[in-house]
Design a protein around this ligand. Structure first.
Ligand code: SAM
Length: 281
C-alpha cells in the first residue's frame, strides 16, 4: 500500500459557509477523490470555494458497495476525503462501514475537527456538559421513543438528540406527559444560520415558544434535556412524573403510597421526594 493513501474525514458547514477550516479546504483541494453523501448538494460548497476535485457518491443506500470500491482505491494509493451534506460525517450520517473497513485493513484514517450540530448545540445549551449522551434521532415507534425519553430522564446526564421539524412538537408534548416537571430543556434551532435560536427552560416554556408562531416549528433542530435527580437517584423518572401529578390532587401521603405500590418503591422516600420537589417549585 502507498504511504500516501489516507481517508480524510472532513466536516463541512452546518449553515454558515465561512465555518469551513483552511485545512479542510486544503485537503479537499489536494485529495484525488471526494466521497460525498450527495454530490449535487456538495457541488455548491465545492464551487463556492473553487474546488475541482472529482466527486463520487457515498450515501446510506450504496454505502456497502461503495465502501468496497473506495477501499480498493485507497489500497491502490488513492487519497480520499469523505464529506456529508453538512457537519461531521458519520455523526448521524453515512461513513461508518468505510471507516471500519479501513481500520480492519490498516488503511490510514485522519479526521479533521470542524462543524457538528451536536457539539455546537451542546456547548451553548446551558445544560451540564461534563457528561452527556448523544443518541441521534429518536425512534419513530411510539413505545421505543417513550422508553428512550424515560431512560434519558433517568440517566442523570445531559441527553442530546437530533429532531425533525415534523416531529419536534409531538416529541415535546410526549415529554410533557411522561417526564418529570423538573426536567430542563434546550432547543437549538438553525445553528449558525440567520435565524439561529436557542430556547431553554421548562417544558412549558419550550412548548410556548414552538406554539407561538407556525414558523417556530420550521428549520433544523437539536433537542437536549437534563433531569436533575436531586433527591433519590433510585426513583425512576416515570414514578417521579406520576408522583408530581398525584401531589397536585391528593394528600402527599396518599400520593406517595399509590406510587410506591405501583412501582414497588419505598413509600417514605417517595413522600420525602415529593415534599422537596413541591417546595422547590
Ligand atoms: N452530521 C451532521 C452533524 O455533524 O451535525 C448531522 C447530520 S443529521 C442527518 C442532520 C440533523 O442534524 C438535522 O436533522 C438536525 O437535527 C441536525 N442539524 C444539522 N444542522 C443543523 C443546524 N444548523 N441547526 C440545528 N440542527 C442541525
Amino acid at each position: 500500500m502507498s504511504d500516501t493513501a489516507c481517508l480524510y474525514i472532513v466536516p463541512t458547514p452546518i449553515g454558515n459557509l465561512s465555518d469551513i477550516s483552511t485545512r479542510a479546504l486544503e485537503v479537499l483541494n489536494t485529495v484525488d477523490l471526494i466521497a460525498a453523501e450527495d454530490t449535487r448538494h456538495s457541488s455548491r460548497l465545492l464551487q463556492h470555494y473553487g474546488i475541482q476535485t472529482r466527486t463520487i457518491s457515498l450515501h446510506s443506500h450504496n454505502e456497502s458497495q461503495r465502501s468496497k470500491q473506495l477501499i480498493e482505491k485507497l489500497e491502490a494509493g488513492i487519497s480520499v476525503a469523505l464529506i456529508s451534506d453538512a457537519g461531521t460525517p458519520l455523526i448521524s450520517d453515512p461513513g461508518y462501514e468505510l471507516v471500519n473497513e479501513c481500520r480492519l485493513k490498516n488503511i490510514k484514517v485522519s479526521a479533521l475537527p470542524g462543524p457538528c450540530a451536536l457539539t455546537t448545540a451542546l456547548s451553548a445549551s446551558g445544560l451540564p456538559t461534563d457528561r452527556f449522551m448523544f443518541s441521534g434521532f429518536l425512534s419513530l415507534k411510539k413505545q421505543a421513543k417513550e422508553q428512550a425519553l424515560l431512560d434519558a430522564a433517568n440517566s442523570n446526564i445531559t441527553q442530546v438528540f437530533y429532531e425533525s421539524p415534523r416531529r419536534v412538537k409531538d416529541t415535546l408534548l410526549l415529554c410533557k406527559s411522561i417526564l418529570p416537571a423538573s426536567t430542563r430543556y434546550t432547543l437549538a434551532k438553525e445553528l449558525t444560520k440567520t435565524f439561529e435560536t436557542y430556547v431553554t427552560g421548562s417544558i412549558d416554556q419550550v412548548l410556548d415558544y414552538l406554539q407561538a408562531d407556525p414558523s417556530h416549528e420550521k428549520g433544523e433542530f437539536v433537542f437536549m434535556l437534563y433531569t436533575p435527580l436531586t433527591c433519590k437517584n433510585d426513583i425512576p423518572s416515570e414514578a417521579i412524573s406520576l408522583l408530581e401529578q398525584l401531589f397536585e390532587v391528593l394528600p402527599p401521603k396518599k400520593a406517595a403510597s399509590i406510587v410506591a405500590q405501583h412501582y414497588d418503591l419505598n413509600k417514605k422516600s417517595l413522600y420525602e421526594y415529593g415534599l422537596k420537589a413541591k417546595e422547590n417549585r
